[in-house]
Design a protein around this ligand. Structure first.
Ligand SMILES: C[S@@+](CC[C@H](N)C(=O)[O-])C[C@H]1O[C@@H](n2cnc3c(N)ncnc32)[C@H](O)[C@@H]1O
Length: 267
């Protein structure tokens, strides 16, 4: 794997798109993770691959002091602007989940909502998250499952992008219990897993896909980087896929399945 290239593509790709619409779709999972990690006042929390700060904000609402980090400069800019506008004193910085610039054991909780799951070397991301949390304390993640709308979109868009580099794990592997246990082996002394769903709705399949194009960074990046006719074909296939969820062209609601992972670092 050309790790430097993957990271460069992540920095550029995840900086694209408006993001606010997708952020809203993910927000309930961030609140759920903060609750599952029992984040509370007086704690210091790190949001890894924070996007525009959903988990950071949920933790700050509980009274925690929060640092938010993300690999993409454009995302850090959006997050910093959002949390300042909403009146939160959250510290932001650019950081790779696989190389966190913090001292060992600094945080009371380290969480990542659909973010650390994207890092190309999952064991390295896990080691980093456990390194910077205090022994006995909590690492939390959410990860997409291999079913539902996100999985359908991964499967479809994979057919249109360049082939995945050899050895790059599939994102949905994080949703398999055995894989989580292997990736956390020797790092965690307890792991709790819970399946959950996000209810996603739209006025029509067309509106759903147009919203993704506007807000989802990787779809915006695909539009910018693919030949226009190839992108148009993928777009039409995405609309067809959403029609399948909707059972037609009208309004719909669909459950996006994810796994909630809460683990404690060995003392
Ligand atoms: C689907 S977004 C989720 C963002 C946010 N946690 C939320 O709830 O909205 C995925 C995020 O992971 C970030 N990301 C991808 N690879 C990363 C890496 N190796 N290290 C840190 N952040 C990464 C992206 O920049 C993006 O902000």
């Amino acid at each position: 794997m050309d790790i430097a290239k993957i990271k460069e593509q992540a920095r550029a790709g995840w900086s694209m798109g408006e993001y606010t619409g997708l952020s809203e779709m993910l927000r309930p999972a961030a609140q759920r993770l903060a609750d599952a990690c029992a984040v509370s006042a007086g704690q210091e929390v790190l949001d890894v691959a924070a996007g525009d700060g959903n988990f950071a904000v949920a933790c700050a609402d509980e009274g925690a002091t929060v640092v938010a980090s993300d690999i993409a400069p454009g995302m850090v800019e959006k997050g910093r602007a959002r949390t300042a506008a909403e009146g939160y004193g959250i510290e932001w910085l650019e950081a790779d989940a696989e190389d966190l610039p913090f001292e060992d054991g600094r945080f009371d909780c380290v969480g990542s909502v659909f973010g650390a799951m994207i890092a190309p070397r999952p064991r390295q991301a896990a080691e980093e998250m456990f390194r910077v949390v205090r022994p006995g304390n909590t690492v939390g993640m959410t990860a997409w499952c291999s079913e539902g709308p996100t999985y359908d979109m991964f499967q479809l868009t994979r057919n249109y992008g360049p082939p995945a580099p050899d050895g790059l794990p599939r994102l949905e592997e994080w949703s398999q219990e055995q894989v989580v246990r292997e990736r956390f082996d020797g790092l965690a002394n307890s792991i709790e897993l819970e399946r959950a769903t996000l209810p996603w709705s739209a006025d029509s399949p067309e509106e759903f896909v147009a919203g993704m194009e506007r807000h989802a960074p990787m779809q915006a990046a695909a539009k910018a980087n693919m030949a226009p006719d190839r992108y148009a074909e993928m777009y039409e296939k995405l609309v067809e896929m959403a029609r399948g969820w909707a059972g037609g062209d009208g309004p719909f609601e669909v459950d996006a399945h994810y796994l909630l992972i809460v683990a404690r670092r060995r003392g």
